[in-house]
Every structure is written in C-alpha cells, then in structure tokens.
Write a protein that binds this ligand. Structure first.
Ligand SMILES: [Zn+2]
Ligand SMILES: [Zn+2]
Length: 351
C-alpha cells in the first residue's frame, strides 16, 4: 500500500478569537515553516469563507469549543469538518461530540492535562475533566503553548524560556501519556495529534514586550503528520477530505520537527496477510510483526498497554510478538544537550 505523508498544524488562533494574526498571515507563516496544511481553530467561532490554498499551503477552518461559563475553565474540544457553528452545544461535551460525529466531523480533546503558571493572570490550567465521554477520535498529546505555560513557573523562568524557547520543549507531559495509556487500556481507540496552539501573543518581560513564540517558529516545532492513501491534488474539497479522513482514522503521528525533520517515520504491523498502519486495528493470524522506521538515528521505544516492550538505538526496530494489545511508538533524541521527545505515533491495536 502506498501512502502519502503531509505535515500540518491543527490548533491555531487568529484575530477572530485571541490570536494576533489574520488567516492569510497564518497560512503564510505555515508555508514559511514548510507545512502542507494548517487548521485555524478559534475559540467558539467557526469562521466561514477563508478556507483554501494560500500559495502552496492549504488553510482549513475548525473550531476550539468550550463552555465560557465554566469556572475554572476546562474541557476544550477541537472540532473539525463540521462546516457549521457548534459552540452553542459547548455546555454538554458528550452531546457536542455526538453532534460533531453526526455531521461527519472529527473531535479531538485539546490539551487534556495542563499546569498553571503564576507569572501573569489568565494562565490557569485548562484540563479536560469529563473522561466518561466517548466518540472523540483522539487526544492532543503535545501542545507547545501548554508546555510553555508549565515552564513559566516564575518571572526568571519566563525570561529564559521566551529567549531560548527550544530549551524548554522536551515532550508531552508524562501525565498526558499515562492518561492516554489508561484510555487505551479501557479499549478506547484514541489517536494522537500534536500542535502549536499558536496565538502570537505578546508578553511583558521586565520593561520590554516580546512575542512569545511567533507563529512561524511554532510551526517548525510540534506538528501533526498525517498519512493518506491518495496524494493532495490542490483542490480544496479533495484535500480537505483527505486531511479529515486521516484524522478520523488516526493515521497520524506527532513530530517535533525542530531538532530534525520527522517526515518519513513509519510504524506498521503485519500478521499473515493483514497489514496495519498507525490508527488501525489488526486481526492476528499467528504472530504479529511490527516494523518501525525513524528518519534518523534515535532512541526508539515500542510501548504496549503503558509498558515498554522493546527499545532500539538506531533508525529501525523490528519486533515479533504473539501478544494482543494496543501498541504505540515513542522516539527520543538528544537536542541542545538534553533528551527530547521527537516522535509519538498513534497506536495500532492487535486483536
Ligand atoms: Zn484551549
Ligand atoms: Zn487553543
């Protein structure tokens, strides 16, 4: 089976909510960073009439929906492909997810776990709390702005990490990975996305104001890579359908593209004549053979039901097992003198 890979960012704010850029500027920044597509997800507003190609970058519109009356804030849901405003349903997450699915859309839970920052008002933790919901496609396991909020424990830390942002980007929160593994252990099919949550916001640091992580910088960091069975053809409707069907199927991996490009990573499973990609379920006929390819030498870890099954330092890992379970891959590498999360795959379920 031939597959095509596209790199995008699925969580971005514009001037229609609390971001600083217009859609055209977001598309330009995404193009500059080498992304194939970008999805603007403003808070509680679905913006019509801006989707399309901006030069070579596909810009789509989703929405980040939450109940504005909830204090403290929780339960931010990323909603894709509904082509209509759904924020009036924000107060009931399950009804909202059901409505998204009824309309052929796809829902992902945004920043499921967060730490607050005391450095300025408005940097409270906004976790997901309603874990009984079903019908969402996955979790945003890595959100760069969430990671930054956690790093800004005091003014000095804020100054350091706004000046040297790459020092602070290390990987998804362990608590998020544990949450994810718990959901997988419950038999839920939960894929992974990773995004910028870019706003282009300015922060006061001492007497100066600086932009914390501009859009184009963030688009070079944590992105979602999708696998499709057909290539993009430059037509909005065709390519939009490919993006959202990959998101629905969980044919995704999260790549931190700043240390080195993560494009080309692959995780497949074979059992007899059955073949599975990330996001798939595979029915065992005897043993299952996993093959993992990393685009560069790195520390590869195959994880099943929250436990490391096997590790390898190199560009490939092959593992044969008779055991059922939900398998996913983590890849780490050293960058700027410390270990960084580099690639996190969506799981393959072996049944
Ligand atoms: Zn949010
Ligand atoms: Zn957001």
């Amino acid at each position: 089976m031939s597959v095509y890979e596209y790199i995008g960012n699925l969580h971005v704010h514009t001037v229609y909510s609390d971001g600083k850029a217009l859609h055209a500027d977001v598309a330009r920044a995404a193009g500059k960073a080498g992304l194939h597509f970008v999805v603007c997800t403003d808070h509680n507003v679905w913006v019509d009439g801006v989707e399309g190609y901006y030069e070579n970058t596909l810009l789509l519109v989703g929405e980040e929906i939450h109940d504005v009356r909830l204090q403290p804030q929780s339960n931010h849901l990323l909603v894709y492909n509904t082509q209509t405003e759904l924020s009036p349903k924000a107060s009931a997450p399950q009804a909202l997810i059901d409505e998204v699915n009824r309309r052929g859309g796809v829902a992902y839970i945004a920043h499921p776990f967060e730490y607050s920052s005391p450095v300025q008002p408005g940097l409270d933790a906004i976790p997901w709390t309603d874990w009984d919901v079903t019908g969402y496609a996955g979790l945003e396991i890595w959100n760069t702005m969430s990671e930054f909020k956690a790093l800004m424990r005091n003014k000095l830390a804020a100054l350091i990490y706004t000046t040297f942002p790459a020092w602070g980007i290390t990987g998804p929160f362990q608590a998020t990975l544990r949450l994810w593994d718990d959901l997988l252990a419950q038999g839920k099919r939960v894929a992974a996305i990773g995004n910028a949550d870019a706003h282009g916001n300015e922060y006061s640091v001492g007497k100066s104001k600086r932009t914390l992580l501009p859009y184009d910088y963030l688009f070079r960091c944590v992105n979602t890579h999708i696998l499709t069975e057909r290539p993009f053809n430059g037509i909005l409707e065709h390519d939009r359908a490919l993006v959202y069907s990959a998101l629905r199927a969980g044919r995704t991996f999260v790549g931190y593209d700043l240390p080195a490009p993560t494009a080309g990573f692959r995780f497949t499973a074979r059992s007899g004549s059955n073949v599975a990609l990330m996001g798939d379920e595979i029915v065992r006929t005897g043993a299952t053979i996993f093959e993992i390819q990393a685009p560069d030498t790195a520390h590869i870890r195959l994880v099943c039901n929250g436990k490391t099954v096997v590790t390898e330092h190199g560009t490939a890992l092959k593992h044969t097992t008779a055991e059922p379970g939900v398998y996913r891959v983590e890849v780490y590498r050293t960058y700027q003198l410390s270990r960084r999360g580099w690639i996190f795959s969506s799981p393959i379920a072996v049944v």
